[in-house]
Write a protein that binds this ligand. Structure first.
Ligand SMILES: NC(=O)c1ccc[n+]([C@@H]2O[C@H](COP(=O)([O-])OP(=O)(O)OC[C@H]3O[C@@H](n4cnc5c(N)ncnc54)[C@H](OP(=O)(O)O)[C@@H]3O)[C@@H](O)[C@H]2O)c1
Length: 288
């Protein structure tokens, strides 16, 4: 039984990862800033550690004594600095194996969008002296849920991705890979690019939704400058974040994320979940 520390334990990947590790009988501690979430974690067999990764004076002393650590954080302007400070803090508190949640865009030459900060953290981790594994997932299938409100209300998806395709991956498959890399030997020094089983464009997504919902769902791709102007208003997200999203979608439009890998299957022994299965499972979210 391994002792494992999970950052973003209430997040999309981290939450699925905690459940996976607990089901395999491991001792799992998860970080949250939220006392109520901490209570729910106890009920799921996870030991909560309440703290803020941007307050390491308070959180740092609680982070020692683990065999391996899932290093992740949500997108932020200072994500690279926050994660680098965590690496330094964890290194000082012992020598756990680190599994870093990065992004496929970190592997592009040069890296783009969110991948720029992720690449900086990957490099810091490689030079830290710690044992590490890097996970570079593509676009999460779950990110389609950000558009489910528009589909339910207006039967439309708007994104500057043109005819670009990306091999969207389910966060549960990322979690399954992370679990193996945190527990098993043989993943140190490896970088895995995690994709679904096939690359799809948003025209494919709307075609599949049209079929499943029995009503026409349209897709329009505005030029990037227009998307930069309207996305903060349409999504309510801060401009720095929508700007990075547009950068990512433009890269996808230009073919940056079409590659399909076998890494999920190679690490877990299971085929990654398909987009069709994801859309069927989440269909109520796309309905009015
Ligand atoms: N979305 C995509 O399509 C995609 C694709 C590839 C890579 N990625 C990468 O995946 C990562 C995000 O993963 P995710 O979506 O699983 O995460 P997430 O759902 O955004 O989870 C973030 C969690 O982090 C915790 N958190 C945020 N700020 C914190 C702080 N200051 N201190 C402690 N905890 C904090 C929050 O927990 P509490 O509120 O409980 O404190 C929150 O639940 C990002 O690095 C992103 O670049 C995303």
């Amino acid at each position: 039984m391994a002792r494992i520390l999970v950052f973003t334990a209430t997040g999309q990947v981290g939450s699925a990862l905690c459940d996976e590790l607990v089901s395999q009988g491991h001792q799992v501690a998860g970080i949250t800033r939220n006392e109520a979430a901490a209570g729910r974690m106890i009920q799921r067999g996870i030991t909560p550690i309440v703290g803020d990764i941007r307050n390491l004076d308070q959180l740092g002393p609680k982070l020692g004594g683990f065999d391996s650590v899932f290093l992740a954080s949500s997108d932020a302007r200072d994500q690279d600095k926050a994660e680098m400070a965590l690496i330094e803090c964890l290194r000082a508190g012992g020598l756990p194996h680190m599994v870093k949640l990065s992004a496929q865009s970190a592997g592009l030459s040069p890296p783009v969008s969110f991948g720029i900060q992720h690449r900086a953290v990957e490099d810091a981790l490689k030079h830290s002296g710690l044992s590490y594994t890097i996970l570079r997932p593509t676009f999460f299938q779950q990110s389609l849920l950000l558009m489910s409100g528009d589909v339910a209300k207006s039967k439309a998806i708007t994104a500057p991705m043109g005819k670009g395709r990306t091999a969207m991956v389910d966060v549960r498959d990322i979690a399954a890979v992370a679990a193996r890399c945190l527990i098993d030997e043989g993943h140190a020094g490896k970088t895995y690019t995690l994709t679904g089983p096939a690359a799809h464009g948003f025209a494919d997504v709307t075609e599949k939704l049209t079929h499943l919902l029995g009503a026409k769902v349209s897709y329009s791709s505005p030029p990037a400058p227009l998307a930069r102007l309207v996305m903060p208003i349409l999504t309510g997200m801060p401009r720095w974040k929508t700007s990075l999203l547009v950068d990512l979608m433009v890269a996808i439009r230009n073919g940056a994320q079409e590659k399909v890998t076998n890494d999920v299957m190679d690490v877990t022994g299971d085929a990654p979940r398909t987009l069709d299965a994801f859309l069927k499972e989440h269909l109520p979210s796309f309905q009015p």
